[in-house]
Design a protein around this ligand. Structure first.
Ligand SMILES: Nc1ncnc2c1ncn2[C@@H]1O[C@H](COP(=O)(O)OP(=O)(O)OP(=O)(O)O)[C@@H](O)[C@H]1O
Length: 471
């Protein structure tokens, strides 16, 4: 009985409120605008807070708002720690569900000692105004920021920038990273055409697992860190915010593994650019324009991809040999047969940052001596990293990774001596250690490695000393 009367009472209250809203809307049309302004001032006097709404979809074409996404990420930590009611949203490109405030839930944030209130609500409206028995409703969520009007300037100038920046950083940390591969230009046209296809980037390599001299590793990590924090510096000196690395060394020394470790360290996407399928400079430009920031562009085996040095030499030959018809014809024919017509200057333009977006680019090569000097000048390749055969320090890390060996093993001195003379790549060493299938056959793996190393060198006794000589 009491329950029924409460329901009746609330029904009555809501009817009165609805009437008031309707009456106010009608009255407002007939009130002089000055009175309307007075009322607003009076409300402003009694209620000294300002409110700002950030809608999920904005603009005429209802685009997903970047500000909303950044605020959602920014509030995620505070919401999951303090809010009582949360909503879990699947957000595009995010590794996991994003927890956010549920409707009509509120949390407090404090910025430089100033308290602000965040709440989340949903605005429901008719999708179109056609009369229909089944009108379609459209939901648009929004976050509302409430703050005392005394702090208006600080909030507008600093706080909003702060949450947008922080939110973007969190988004980068949480995003599902991708490995992009360029499509040949024949598939760039038509329905759902694309220049890059992608898969989720899940390479597990990190600097911890990368077998490399520790001082070199530290130097590279510091360099990367400095680069990521250098946005303002690059802007100040008027240089594209990018950095070029040349990784060179024999096959199997870990160049691709290094790129993966760098991508994981920076939390960047990877664009694997296969130059042989890019027909000319214009195609190269179109591909690069479609890459996004926070990415590494890798040109693997640049020495094999294009005969860039050759092209330059041929051009020089052409200049000297203009008299010789036969030579000119031969060179023209050679050029026709070449699958890709990317020129040295096209590639250099990219390296100089004319077309490139911010990000990094890496070239890997097994033959540094084959590259044109113009291509690897320090200005274009900021850092040259030599990936070498396996040294003892690198071996110890591989043994730790694959065999779980932390302490020195009795075979270690032998391995150390052998590695100094036997040229073995980390990939080959890893191959022997990877053969471990049960817990106790680590020893067997090490012995196999020693045997393999010994077979690569001559062991001779000189004056009672064991001397190792490379084959
Ligand atoms: N420095 C290293 N640290 C850890 N693992 C390594 C290292 N070098 C090679 N490996 C192992 O060897 C495999 C092959 O190495 P990777 O492909 O990185 O060599 P690469 O120098 O890029 O070779 P290529 O020139 O043939 O492309 C890797 O999958 C990894 O398991």
């Amino acid at each position: 009985m009491a329950r029924t009367s409460a329901v009746e009472m609330w029904t009555g209250v809501s009817t009165v409120l609805a009437c008031l809203v309707v009456a106010w809307t009608i009255l407002k049309q007939y009130l002089p605008s000055q009175i309307d302004t007075y009322i607003h001032h009076a409300v402003g006097y009694i209620y000294p807070y300002i409110q700002i709404k950030f809608r999920e979809f904005s603009g005429e074409r209802l685009k997903h708002s970047e500000a909303y996404a950044a605020i959602q990420n920014y509030l995620m930590l505070a919401a999951s720690a303090r809010a009582k009611r949360l909503r879990a949203d699947a957000v595009k490109d995010s590794k996991s569900l994003v927890l956010t405030l549920d409707d009509n839930e509120e949390i407090i944030d404090v910025f430089h000692g100033v308290k602000v209130w965040w709440s989340s609500s949903t605005h429901v409206s008719m999708k179109n105004f056609n009369f229909s028995l089944y009108p379609q409703l459209e939901e648009n969520r929004y976050f509302q920021l409430t703050v005392h009007r005394n702090y208006r300037g600080m909030i507008m100038e600093q706080y909003i920038k702060h949450i947008l920046d922080e939110g973007k950083v969190i988004a980068v940390r949480n995003r599902q990273r991708k490995l992009y591969l360029n499509e040949p230009s024949s598939s760039w046209h038509g329905y759902r055409s694309k220049k890059w296809s992608h898969v989720v980037f899940e390479h597990p390599a990190t600097f911890e697992t990368l077998a490399l001299d520790s001082a070199k590793k530290k130097e590279i990590m510091n360099d990367l860190e400095k680069f990521t924090k250098g946005k303002e510096y690059y802007a100040r000196i008027g240089k594209a915010w990018k950095r070029g690395y040349l990784l060179y060394g024999p096959p199997g020394t870990g160049k691709s593994t290094m790129v993966a470790a760098m991508a994981n360290f920076l939390n960047y996407d990877v664009y694997d650019l296969e130059l042989t399928t890019v027909m000319d400079n214009s195609e190269l430009r179109k591909l690069l324009i479609e890459t996004s920031g926070k990415s590494i562009i890798v040109i693997e085996d640049i020495d094999c991809s294009l005969n860039l040095t050759g092209q330059r030499k041929e051009m020089e030959v052409k200049k000297d040999d203009v008299e010789s018809d036969d030579t000119a014809k031969k060179l023209a024919k050679d050029n026709e047969n070449k699958p890709s017509k990317i020129t040295l200057s096209g590639l250099l333009n990219f390296l100089d940052g004319i077309w490139s977006r911010r990000g990094e680019d890496y070239r890997t090569t097994n033959h540094v001596d084959k590259l044109d000097p113009a291509l690897i000048r320090r200005r274009r390749m900021d850092k040259h990293i030599e990936m070498s055969n396996c040294r003892f320090e690198a071996f110890k890390l591989l043994a730790k990774n694959y065999l779980g060996l932390d302490d020195a093993h009795e075979l270690y001195p032998r391995v150390r001596n052998l590695l100094e003379v036997a040229e073995m790549t980390p990939a080959d060493v890893a191959e022997h250690l990877r053969a471990k299938s049960t817990d106790d056959d680590g020893d067997k793996c090490l012995k196999n490695l020693v045997a393999a190393l010994e077979s690569k060198v001559n062991v001779t006794l000189r004056g009672g000393e064991l001397v190792l000589k490379s084959n």
